[in-house]
Design a protein around this ligand. Structure first.
Ligand code: HEC
Length: 458
């Protein structure tokens, strides 16, 4: 009994509406196509047409019933819903009529006369029902959303405002927040489908809130329902977006938090708000402000061939990261016959600015070796997994401020290293699998480096 009460049967069956509704469409269109063929090629398809119409009409009934269940869920624009509902029901009725007429039109004159009219009518009804169904699922405008400006104008849709992506002139709501809502939330919170009674389409609707009242409180993200919903555990039933839709990225979430805390500006420019370097970084992630990669900004002279040769002579593999680049990657294979020693390490310093990727995985890394690595000032990627590195070793890496990728998995490092890792402010990817760093330590790192992706093997 409780199961029956708890389950939302309307919603459960309703979801099948979107699936089943394609069957009547398919069969009715098939009947229309057969009718055209029969007429053009003068072939006899009467039986096939009758069957297609009957099957189409029967599936139509199922689609209507499921549709009514889905609608009972609420949250849809009532006008759009009514148009969709009644054209959908009419389509089904006309399909039944057509089935009977197709049987009688040989013998009864009025049946023969009304048949083509009804055929045309069913096509029109089907198109209207389908169109509004699309609006209910995807929001009005969905058909012309990506249309060129001229076609949008013809369809009577207001021209899209060109998004400004230059930091100095972009607007915080129009160019940042609205773009995020449109991308991640508004399939369900738009003018045709306001789930939870909430629309996130403009300042008015956002400030108005949903069926449970206000969802944002100016200056206080942590008291704002909207912020709570996007920061819940993704498995929580109140987490937004629901239904497994793509969640917000860390940067998007933090930008929304910033926007609420800065007082919910709708007309202000980004630069009128309190703008830290960190926020600038998040803005770059969503396409505002030029993203100049560190590597792209390096303008280094080529390394002398003789220097490269001498490095290779020591057993290193060293080569440009891409053809003809002045940026180099270096590796010392764990299978190399002669073990790594300090003299070998030192020779790397002759190309120290140009080395941006280094791989010393599976080699016992003496503390002094690491101090040499610490001098490769432009390093962005470093692999030192299974290299017997200790907390002291990790400390030597803190000068590598451009490091974006660090693999230290399989090393005996502990929470002592957390502080050192927190200093690597550019880190995006960190492999900590098989280390002694605790969950607490990992949380600390995540807290100070929100952009980071930590791989722990779990
Ligand atoms: C797949 C559909 C869907 C998407 C996408 C979606 N929501 Fe929702 N949202 C719902 C439904 C359904 C409800 C009502 C049920 C509930 O309150 O959990 C709701 C309710 C809400 C509420 C509570 C409104 C109130 O007054 O109770 C907020 C706030 C909200 N959504 C914010 C968001 C935000 C922000 C996003 C984008 C990150 C988003 N939603 C994306 C379906 C969706």
């Amino acid at each position: 009994m409780i199961i029956f009460l708890e389950a939302n049967w309307g919603q459960f069956f309703g979801r099948f509406h979107a699936l089943v509704v394609h069957l009547p469409i398919g069969f009715i269109i098939l009947a229309v196509i057969f009718e055209c063929l029969a007429w053009k090629k003068k072939i006899d398809l009467k039986l096939a047409i009758s069957y297609a119409l009957l099957i189409g009409a029967l599936f139509g009934v199922i689609a209507v019933v499921l549709g009514l269940m889905l609608a009972s869920d609420g949250g849809y624009n009532i006008d759009t819903l009514n148009l969709h509902k009644w054209t959908g029901i009419s389509t089904t009725i006309v399909a039944f009529l057509l089935f009977f007429l197709s049987k009688k039109k040989e013998t009864i004159l009025w049946a023969k006369k009304t048949y083509p009219v009804m055929m045309a009518l069913v096509v029109i009804l089907l198109s209207i029902a389908g169109h509004y169904g699309g609006n209910l699922t995807h929001g009005s405008n969905y058909l012309f959303e990506h249309a060129p400006a001229s076609i949008r104008a013809m369809a009577g849709i207001k021209p899209v405002r060109e998004r400004i992506t230059i930091l100095d002139s972009a607007l915080v709501y129009e160019d940042v927040i609205h773009v995020i809502f449109e991308k991640k939330c508004n399939v369900c919170h738009n003018n045709d489908k306001a789930k939870g009674g909430l629309l996130l389409v403009d300042s008015e609707s956002i400030l108005k809130g949903g069926e449970n009242g206000k969802v944002v409180i100016a200056g206080n993200a942590s008291k704002s329902e909207l912020y709570r919903r996007i920061t819940l555990d993704p498995n929580h039933k109140e987490f937004m977006p629901t239904e497994g839709r793509t969640p917000l990225t860390n940067e998007e979430t933090l930008l929304i938090k910033w926007w609420i805390n800065e007082g919910l500006a709708f007309d202000k420019k980004i630069v009128e708000l309190n703008l830290t370097d960190r926020i600038k970084g998040y803005l770059q992630e969503v396409g505002i402000g030029l993203k100049r990669t560190f590597i792209g900004s390096l303008n280094l002279p080529e390394v002398d061939e003789n220097i490269l040769d001498s490095i290779k002579a020591e057993g290193f593999k060293i080569k440009p990261i891409v053809n003809k680049s002045t940026l180099l990657e270096v590796k010392y294979s764990a299978y190399n016959k002669t073990p790594l020693n300090q003299d070998k390490m030192d020779i790397l310093l002759s190309a120290k600015e140009n080395i941006i990727w280094a791989d010393f995985s599976r080699l016992p890394m003496h503390e002094n070796f690491i101090s040499t690595i610490g001098q490769l000032e432009n390093l962005t990627e470093l692999r030192v997994n299974n290299s017997e590195i200790t907390d002291k070793g990790v400390k030597q890496l803190t000068q590598l401020t451009h490091l974006e990728y660090l693999n230290v998995y399989g090393n005996p490092i502990s929470d002592v290293s957390v502080e050192s890792l927190q200093k690597l402010s550019k880190l995006k990817k960190l492999y900590l699998w098989k280390t002694n760093i605790s969950e607490e330590g990992i949380l600390k790192i995540k807290d100070s480096l929100p952009q980071i992706n930590i791989i722990t093997g779990e």
